[in-house]
Design a binder for this molecule. Sequence first.
Ligand code: PLP
Length: 409
Amino acid sequence: MTTATLEAPKTTHTDYLALEAEFGARNYKPLDVVITRGEGVWVWDVAGRKYLDCLSAYSAVNQGHCHPRILQAMVEQAGRLTLTSRAFRNDQLGLFYEELCRLTNSHSVLPMNTGVEAVESALKVSRKWGYEVKGVPAGQAEIIVCADNFHGRTLSVVGFSTDPTSNTNFGPFTPGFRIVPFGDAQALESAIRPNTVAVLLEPIQGEAGVIIPPAGYLRAVREACTRNDVILILDEVQTGLGRTGRLLAEEHDGVEADLTLIGKALSGGFYPVSAVLSNKEVLGVLKPGEHGSTFGGNPLGCAVARMALKVLIEEGMIENAARQGERMMEGLRAVNSGAIKTVRGRGLMIAVELEPEAGGARRYCEALQARGILCKETHDHTIRIAPPLVITGAEADWAVEQFQAVLSG
Ligand SMILES: *Cc1c(COP(=O)(O)O)cnc(C)c1O
């Protein structure tokens, strides 16, 4: 017998694609790269090719792939205690609360798992606050959201999406939402009525294509909410935790939301952990038994999140995001290409919007893949660039060179 026959048949790149096609729901259209390993800003595919990750799992791996200190915290905690449910207490939850509140200057925290659960929780608690504190008549609460929003995939949340791909044939939906244009504070204030309990929006619309609202918008929205006794909920699941060069994107505008939603990078990509941060007594309306989650606040998630926050701060990742974001945007703006309509961004949340004639972003993403950069298009004409916040100047320059080669080629 030869050694070759003793070896198990090797699963190849094409085998993995075939397995997904045969057995998986087809609710994604990924690039055909099968990743098997990650470290910092880099990932490797099953054939051993190396790529710079410019998506960071939609900003869930801000701290870089497999950050060693988060890994160590996770492994240690996993060997000690993973889940108690909230029927009992655990020795990580209180510390997680305290550290997160001190860091974000919040009053209290509600722990959940996925981003959309944080969104749903904020909507629930805002309604309850509306009835019990603001005095809105039973069943009449209204919440204002923005066009082109992305807040996740549950029925209530897709029900107020304006993207037909997200909600066609998924109805009927939860009532009580009003949609206003993003970036127009006047339109938003005009939509506020006596039964309005909350406004929910993203400080920068990520999935819509890194849409930055006009200067002064967030501040005007904050003032409108305060004037009308309406809760401001900022969904920072994507913009939060350093992505834009500040801990929270709201800091760029000097505003504070009543409820701030974080998720994604809260665990550095190791584990689903999300949270509702409350700057006002809004979370105080919840009494025992009225809301919960089996995994929410579990010790494994808390230990991972505590270290994910610690490394974000201690290792200077937020400052680095601001610095490298400037550097990359400067480099991208200098690319001489008729295909580029505009380059915009804040920190390491960057978008290159292409001219409609350029033939769509997807083929550029495929060309970038061939040069060792993984990017994902948003909508048809925008390439999003959001590497882990640990990217070095040299890596940022190398990435810009690849963009230059692909876009001016
Ligand atoms: C990703 C995202 C969500 C949803 O998070 P999940 O963990 O996928 O449920 C909500 N809001 C924003 C702004 C997001 O980017």
